[in-house]
Design a protein around this ligand. Structure first.
Ligand SMILES: [Cu+2]
Length: 144
């Protein structure tokens, strides 16, 4: 039979092992941060018609289907931009990811364009449609 003293010692040892294991694990993940392996990502973005009569402070009722794209530095992203509306839209972004691509209004088929960006710089980078400001805008967040 295990005495109370031995049992308490065992419990204390297990608790200490768990505690130090946890702290060691935390320390390792905090100090030895390694960047994720770069990935190739395909993203789908749509011009959207919200189908309301725009008030005077908006130029229209168009938006992007997503207004936040989050990637890791080093990723190569291909944005497949589709326009199922009756107006032209653009995907416009400044340096360092400069692009200015116009996708025509829907005719018999839905028009689209691919925008490929390799992310070399971290930060927030705003993209917008040059025809529909201020509301048709979004951000690419490149995490380091
Ligand atoms: Cu637009």
């Amino acid at each position: 039979m295990v005495s109370w003293g031995t049992r308490n010692l065992l419990i204390a040892t297990i608790l200490l092992a768990a505690l130090f294991g946890g702290v060691t694990g935390l320390g390792a993940s905090y100090f030895a941060h390694t960047a994720p392996t770069p990935q190739t990502r395909d993203l789908y973005l749509f011009a959207q018609d919200l189908s309301f009569t725009a008030p005077s402070n908006l130029s229209s009722d168009y938006v992007y289907s997503s207004n936040l794209i989050v990637v890791n530095k080093g990723d190569t992203i291909t944005i497949h931009f589709y326009n199922p509306t009756d107006q032209h839209h653009s995907f416009t972004i400044n340096a360092p990811y400069a692009n200015d691509v116009v996708v025509a209004a829907q005719s018999t088929t839905i028009q689209n364009a691919n925008i490929t960006i390799t992310t070399s710089q971290t930060g927030n980078f705003t993209f917008h449609c040059k025809f529909h400001q201020p509301q048709m805008t979004g951000t690419i967040l490149v995490q380091g």
